[in-house]
Design a protein around this ligand. Structure first.
Ligand SMILES: [Zn+2]
Ligand SMILES: [Zn+2]
Length: 219
């Protein structure tokens, strides 16, 4: 199934033109509800003519003033998949501006999403392959799905790889639940492998060590 980002990217690459001024329409995020009827757009993306010189928009100010005596105008808008656009009332020149879809941002989001899905797919085989990488990737990607990150965390005890500790300790988790799970898992992993962290330098040493071999701290 096409996800939202892919759909936005596909639509943002479409070219549509305003019948009033022939300028290319901008691909924008639709406002949460339809100002005209309050019924919703049926779409999250709309194409809008944002040209301030557009005849529809320029004439609109005078027409609204004459007809209704208030300050407003119209922009030409087109919903994805429709042949014919419509006039949308706007209260000022900045309506819809700022909600333009930014292809670069979307591409970056899409690339991140793909990496998350790839890492998620690798979780099934990472223990057999001794591959810590997808687990670390998911645990340190704050945008990845929480359930998947928790699942990744559970695999740490099967991977038994102490190399996970530094990157996880250096990462700041926004979700305190996950942070706690990670901290508990690290402690369990150390215990399982008969290791401990030096309280002075944070290096990992044997559980039985009386002094830290890295900094000399008495343990
Ligand atoms: Zn126009
Ligand atoms: Zn130490």
């Amino acid at each position: 199934m096409e996800d939202r980002t892919e759909r936005c990217l596909r639509l943002a690459r479409e070219e549509h033109f305003c019948p009033h001024c022939q300028q290319q329409l901008s691909c924008c995020e639709a406002p949460p509800f339809h100002v005209g009827d309050g019924l919703g757009w049926g779409t999250d993306i709309i194409f809008v003519c944002l040209n301030d010189e557009c005849s529809l928009y320029v004439k609109g100010w005078q027409e609204f003033e004459d007809r209704y005596g208030h300050s407003a105008s119209c922009r030409y808008i087109l919903c994805p998949g429709s042949e014919k656009g419509e006039s949308m009332m706007v209260g000022g020149p900045n309506a819809f501006k700022g909600s333009e879809i930014n292809i670069d941002t979307l591409m970056a989001q899409n690339a991140r999403y793909r990496r998350e899905k790839e890492a998620q797919a690798k979780l099934a085989t990472c223990v057999a392959e001794n591959n810590l990488e997808p687990v670390l990737y998911l645990l340190t990607d704050e945008h990845a799905e929480l359930a998947v990150r928790k699942q990744a965390c559970e695999l740490l005890l099967q991977l038994k790889d102490l190399a996970c500790i530094d990157p996880l300790r250096n990462h700041s988790f926004r979700n305190t639940d996950l942070e706690q799970q990670v901290n508990m898992t690290i402690l369990e992993l150390l215990k399982m492998l008969h290791r401990k962290e030096c309280p002075a330098c944070a290096e990992i040493v044997k559980s039985q060590a009386k002094t830290c071999k890295h900094c000399g701290q008495a343990l």
